[in-house]
Design a protein around this ligand. Structure first.
Ligand SMILES: Nc1ncnc2c1ncn2[C@@H]1O[C@H](COP(=O)(O)OP(=O)(O)OP(=O)(O)O)[C@@H](O)[C@H]1O
Ligand SMILES: [Mg+2]
Length: 236
């Protein structure tokens, strides 16, 4: 299989404090790959480095056969890697519609009506809320908007950081169902999650991170039945 996104020997530090201690990770075209691990393991740091927001000390990020290490975030987005950050990062004072348009601002072409229709099919509630200011949406609706905004850049790869954080169980189900739909339509996904169970039932392959290192990788099916994973991440 060809890997679409690949990270090799990545080391990242905040000042002198290491956050990533040499990680390797591959995402193949068409996959959902999940990265799980405890608080502070380095998951967000990994996504922020892939999307160009952080510069690694050593190591490389390769996308679609090209090294993208050190390239500016907006260029990486324009190349086809879109990042939905932890905490969503939507513009609270702007309307839903303005947020969606901002997601497309790096594109040379105009947003087509069919793209809005696709978003409204994935998340019908956004159609009703299109003129509402984003800050007045519920947490779940804000997550829907954040994902939709990222889709407006027409990504090949979607980086999702904790999409289920703080959401009620039913909303968590909705978000994960849509993640699968987006993937089925052809978008490759790297999913960071603390909800290890949902992440592992959703993704094809997974990586486990502990204090800046990848300590395990496997098919999610094998991970779900592993005693080690069950004990550490699935509550027994
Ligand atoms: N801006 C920063 N300055 C200094 N240290 C940081 C900064 N951001 C993260 N760190 C540290 O780097 C390590 C990895 O953090 P990171 O946010 O990548 O973890 P995470 O796996 O995403 O955790 P969580 O599940 O809590 O979101 C942690 O020890 C954290 O304290
Ligand atoms: Mg994080």
């Amino acid at each position: 299989m060809t890997s679409l996104l690949s990270v090799s020997n990545l080391e990242v530090a905040y000042g002198t404090i290491p956050a990533l201690r040499g990680i390797d990770l591959d995402v193949n075209k068409g996959e959902i790959v999940t990265l799980i691990g405890a608080n502070g393991a380095g998951k967000t740091t990994t996504l922020r480095t892939i999307s160009g927001l952080l510069k690694p000390k050593t190591g490389d990020v390769t996308y679609d056969g090209r090294t993208i290490t050190g390239i500016k975030p907006h260029v990486i987005t324009a190349m086809g890697v879109s990042h939905v950050p932890e905490g969503r990062g939507i513009f609270a004072n702007l309307t839903v519609n303005d947020n969606l348009e901002l997601g497309a601002y790096l594109r040379k072409d105009k947003i087509k009506q069919s793209e809005y229709e696709r978003i409204f099919t994935l998340f019908p509630v956004l159609k009703e809320r299109i003129k509402q200011s984003a800050g007045t949406l519920s947490g779940g609706e804000q997550q829907m908007l954040a994902i939709s905004r990222a889709l407006m850049s027409k990504p090949q790869v979607l980086l999702l950081d904790e999409p289920s954080l703080g959401l009620a169980p039913q909303m968590v189900q909705t978000i994960f169902r849509v993640i699968k739909e987006i993937n089925a339509e052809g978008t490759t996904i790297l999913l960071v999650e603390q909800n290890a169970h949902m992440a592992l039932v959703t993704a094809h392959r997974g990586y486990v991170m502990e204090t800046g290192r990848i300590v395990l990788t496997d098919d999610t099916k094998a991970m779900l039945s592993s005693d080690r994973i069950k004990k550490a991440y699935l509550g027994g």
